[in-house]
Design a protein around this ligand. Structure first.
Ligand code: HEC
Ligand code: HEC
Length: 216
């Protein structure tokens, strides 16, 4: 118990001092904490329910499948995602994943995040044309599914229910090569050419407006 609270305090410290790349585990302990305890280190950005925080650029993660959460945490840890100098939000997320958890803990926190009830994020963007977006989304269904439900075999995450601002931000990152260009990021590499099919920000807003109509 004492050990747990000591490590939790350390986690909270790191959450506040994310810029401190030097944060290391205080004790080198190998005992994996349960997912709900580990999740305490995520709430300062992702919210108490994992429903995200637009101001911090932190997406809703509640209910995302464990395989996807785990894969992304591993990517942030290895620098396959979030290490590009222009990736402000990725750089914010990265130290969290990097120093604080061993493999067992990554799995437990991913399982816990997946168990949280997902809420459909409210629309925040103006001016997206959902009808035009539906046409463009035709190309996306092959991997993300007609209902935006995702496809584990193709490693494509669910998109339905995700915040529109986050979807557009990620499409911009893929298109600009801020995400999906690291040689370690093979699944991001398959997504990148898809984002390049979207001509401009308006096209991205349209597709996000369509995704907002899909039930989670
Ligand atoms: C300091 C703020 C911060 C903390 C603390 C934090 N994150 Fe994040 N996280 C972010 C930001 C910002 C992003 C978006 C990165 C981007 O734009 O690519 C993100 C992205 C993610 C993603 C990718 C989601 C997706 O749809 O691809 C996952 C998964 C994630 N975080 C899980 C976690 C977990 C689990 C924890 C706790 C162990 C955690 N995060 C702690 C800020 C944070
Ligand atoms: C060839 C398969 C494929 C197609 C087609 C595809 N995607 Fe993806 N997409 C992926 C994969 C795989 C990922 C996960 C990348 C990773 O692991 O970081 C992804 C990730 C994303 C993300 C980031 C989600 C998150 O939670 O961070 C968005 C947004 C996205 N795709 C939107 C689209 C849109 C919009 C289209 C159609 C224009 C599309 N995708 C077409 C495979 C695909």
């Amino acid at each position: 118990m004492h050990e747990t609270s000591r490590r939790l305090r350390f986690f909270s410290f790191c959450a506040l001092a994310v810029a401190a790349l030097g944060c290391t585990r205080p004790d080198g302990a190998n005992k994996a904490l349960p997912g709900d305890k580990l999740f305490a280190a995520c709430t300062s950005c992702h919210g108490n329910k994992g429903d995200g925080n637009a101001t911090l650029g932190a997406p809703a993660i509640a209910g995302l499948p464990a395989w996807y959460v785990e894969a992304q945490l591993v990517k942030f840890r290895t620098g396959a995602r979030g290490a590009h100098p222009d990736d402000l939000e990725g750089l914010r997320m990265r130290p969290m994943s990097r120093q604080m958890m061993d493999e067992g803990e990554v799995k437990s926190v991913a399982t816990y995040v997946a168990s949280l009830p997902s809420a459909k994020s409210a629309a925040t963007l103006q001016g997206g044309d959902a009808a035009a977006g539906q046409v463009a989304y035709g190309t996306c269904t092959a991997c993300h599914g007609p209902q935006g439900q995702g496809n584990e075999a193709l490693k494509a995450p669910p998109l339905a229910g995700q915040s529109d601002w986050y979807l557009v931000a990620q499409l911009k990152k893929f298109k600009a090569g801020v995400r999906g260009t690291n040689p370690l990021d093979t699944t991001g590499g398959t997504m990148r050419p898809m984002a390049m099919l979207l001509a401009d920000e308006q096209a991205m807003k349209n597709v996000a407006a369509h995704i907002s109509t899909l039930a989670r």
